[in-house]
Design a protein around this ligand. Structure first.
Ligand code: GRF
Length: 236
C-alpha cells in the first residue's frame, strides 16, 4: 500500500560514525519506494568528519555538523525548524538532550549492538560492547532496538534478534556479524514505528512488537536445524 508523501514522516538521523545503519535505512526506504513510511530529511552529527555525513550528501539529504550548542540546547530547535517527526539514532555517541527526549517520546529510537539490558550504558559502545560480551562467556548476542529515554541504552525494548557467538570470535568478527543483522532489523523497525504499527504505550510498554519467528536471520528453520545438529551431536 503506498503512503502519500503528505503523510510520510520526516525523519532525522543522528550519527557519529560510519553510518552503515543510516545507509541501510536509506536503501530500505528506496526499495520500499512509495510504500515507505518516512523520508530521511536530515542527518546530523557531532563529528564534522563523520562518514555518515558524506553518505547523507551522496543521497541528497541535508547533512548538518552540530556544534556544541546545536547538540545540546539548540538541537530541539534544529529538529523543529525542519518539521522532524521521528528521530533515529544510528551510532550517535552523545546523550540526547532532555528536551528532545521529552518532545519526541515514543518517536525516538536507537539500535545497540548487544542484547540489552546487559552490555549497555554510558561508555558501552563500539568494540567495548563486543569485548564485554566475549568476556562474559555469553553464547548469544545480537542487536537491540529500543525507544530512547533519559538514560543511555535504557528505554523500552522493541526488538532483538539473536546472533550466535562462536568460540573463535574476535571482537571484530562478532561486531561484523551483529552489524549485518542490525542492517536487516533496524530499517524495518524504523518503518514500523514511523507508520504507527509499533508504539510506545502510556504505561511504558511497547505494542506491535514483531514476533521472533519472523526474524529472517534466525528463523524457525534455523531452530529446527539447530535441534537436528544437537540431536546428532548427542547421538540421539
Ligand atoms: C552500531 O553497531 C550500532 O549498534 C551502534 O553504533 C554502531 C553504528 O554503526 N549504536 P554505523 O555507524 O551505523 O556503521
Amino acid at each position: 500500500m503506498s503512503v502519500p508523501s503528505s503523510s510520510r514522516s520526516r525523519i532525522a538521523v543522528l550519527a557519529s560514525g560510519g553510518g552503515s545503519n543510516l545507509q541501510a535505512l536509506i536503501d530500505h526506504f528506496a526499495a520500499l519506494g512509495a510504500q515507505r513510511a518516512g523520508d530521511v530529511v536530515l542527518v546530523a552529527s557531532d563529528r564534522e568528519e563523520a562518514p555518515a555525513l558524506q553518505r547523507a550528501r551522496a543521497a541528497g539529504i541535508e547533512a548538518l555538523a552540530l556544534n556544541a550548542r546545536a547538540r545540546t540546547a539548540g538541537l530541539l530547535h534544529e529538529l523543529a525548524t525542519r518539521g522532524v517527526m521521528h528521530v533515529v539514532l544510528a551510532g550517535y555517541l552523545q546523550l540526547v538532550p532532555l528536551d528532545v527526549v521529552q518532545a519526541f517520546r515514543g518517536r525516538i529510537v536507537n539500535v545497540h549492538p548487544a542484547l540489552l539490558p546487559a552490555f549497555g550504558g554510558r561508555g558501552m559502545y563500539g568494540e567495548r560492547v563486543h569485548s564485554a560480551v566475549l568476556a562474559s562467556g555469553a553464547r548469544i548476542s545480537g542487536p537491540t532496538v529500543h525507544f530512547v529515554d533519559e538514560a543511555y541504552d535504557h528505554g523500552a525494548i522493541i526488538a532483538q534478534w539473536p546472533v550466535p557467538v562462536s568460540p573463535n570470535d574476535s571482537t571484530a568478527s562478532l561486531a561484523a556479524r551483529v552489524l549485518a543483522v542490525e542492517h536487516l532489523l533496524y530499517p524495518r523497525v524504523v518503518h514500523a514505528v514511523c507508520c504507527g504499527r509499533i508504539r510506545l504505550s502510556d504505561n511504558g510498554g511497547v505494542t506491535g512488537v514483531p514476533p521472533l519467528e519472523s526474524a529472517a536471520a534466525f528463523s524457525m528453520g534455523d531452530y529446527v536445524r539447530l535441534r537436528q545438529s544437537l540431536d546428532q551431536w548427542l547421538g540421539t
